[in-house]
Design a protein around this ligand. Sequence first.
Ligand code: FAD
Ligand code: MLT
Ligand code: ZN
Length: 507
Amino acid sequence: MSAINKLSVGIRKFHTTASRLRKYVELTAVRYPLLKRGNFSFLSDRHLGFFQSILSAHQVLTDELNDLSGYNVDWMRSVRGSSRLVLRPKTTEEVAAILQYCNVQNIAICPQGGNTGLVGGSVPVFDEVVLSLELMDEVISVDELSGVTIVQAGCVLEKLETVLHLSNLALPLDLGAKGSCQIGGNVATNAGGIRLLRYGNLHGSVLGLTAVLANGQIMDCLNTNKKDNTGYDLKQLFIGSEGTLGVVTQVALQCQPKPSSVQVGFFGLNSFENVLETLRLSKRNLGEILSSCELIDQSSLECVTKQLELRSPINNFPFYMLLETAGSNAGHDAEKLNSLLEILINNGTIVDGTLAVDSAQAKNLWGLRERISEALACEGYVYKYDVSVPIRQFYQLVDDIRIRLGNLPIRCCGYGHLGDGNLHLNITSHEYNPILLNRIEPFVYDWVGQERGSVSAEHGLGLKKRDYMEYSKSPTAIHWMRRVKKLFDPNNILNPYKIFPEQSSTD
Ligand code: FAD
Ligand code: MLT
Ligand code: ZN
């Protein structure tokens, strides 16, 4: 196993433009004045002394200017906490010792992975201690035959992908943030991404995990069997719990054989009806080799090409689709894709497009889709919505919000995981504008609620969406979620202020 970790893997930390880094980020406590700090202890020298006694010097960061700022601000640069301490454990036992102490001392904790979360869940709201998993990045074992892979939670997704490729295996998930996000963060958010269409979500691919509970108890659910019906499947509670029920320290994943043939196509379409027809025929004709079906609208493509200086092979269409197939027989796969394209071109559904001839071209085409969020962030402040909607209404929300907002924003665009019914509606303005925000919310949530969609398809609720949980969950479901939280974390030390709306005294 140690050979795996000795591999030097070139991980691309995905870039952040200098202008974004310089931009001042208002403190969350100032931007959201209604938020009230919980009744937690303030960090004292005695607390610090304890952490320094159980961890090495480089595992305890306190230098506000040089060390802490990156842990206090989210990737979107939309929220900023004021933590004075970052702890970086290396083992499950160290996490357990930290949590046990914090629970007794009433110290609030914010677990943090790669800090690429998009809902303000990964950074402190006030002065919570940041518990970073970044030093827990070992790939523990890979079994090519079964595909079972065990990994520490802080392993960066792209590093894991590189290691798995050496054993001819592939991850069941992939996302634009893979150069920075960690498998523990992916599990904690139940991240979706661009391959969900093919492999399903992490509730299916995570075979087991280890989590440390708020009181420091280590919950070993590190099952590696595909089938296990011995009672409640407790690991599922941690998948998508956003650091509120426990800290995930190890994950057992069901990985897949690495496809030997991958095809990527990028197509221009003149109407949303044509988009739906392409989706329908792609599913029917490509069957099990269809691995991605993504939508990009004109405004999103315009943004990514302009802001990041990328080149698109085709232009001036209201809609673009990126289709990917992944299979094990290049000849058969090409035959399937070609016959699909013949139908779509002959009946005028697809007007223009291109197929990547090699992996470099495929990567460039994927860049046009995966780097949209990075491009949007260059425009200033991004109002980001990640919703599930019935497939026929997929783009209607973008049209409706455009009419509602007129020329208030810079841009209003839609892209996303079409094959999964997951729309990313994004609106930009030069800077945070509460008037614009009030025009968007709760309109967007009402719209999604009426369609019985989900107000968070894959990014979670974190801080920014927590007040809208009720649009997608019944009062009874929310009541029992609160009961589960109370059972696992009675003192509410784990990621307080996240997921749940503030409780009124009558709740
Ligand atoms: P963080 O951002 O650090 O944390 C996210 C949440 O998980 C926080 O609440 C945190 O407290 C908690 N957490 C982190 N680690 C642990 C742990 N070990 N134990 C317990 N709790 C923990 N998301 C998608 O679903 N699909 C996408 O396609 C997608 N694409 C993205 C593209 C870009 C460019 C960016 C910036 C983000 C994207 N995201 C996407 C959102 C984000 O990458 C995912 O939510 C990701 O899973 C977060 O992982 P992370 O390690 O960065 O976690
Ligand atoms: C994506 O699919 O690109 C991500 O979920 C990020 C985003 O919504 O911008
Ligand atoms: Zn997404």
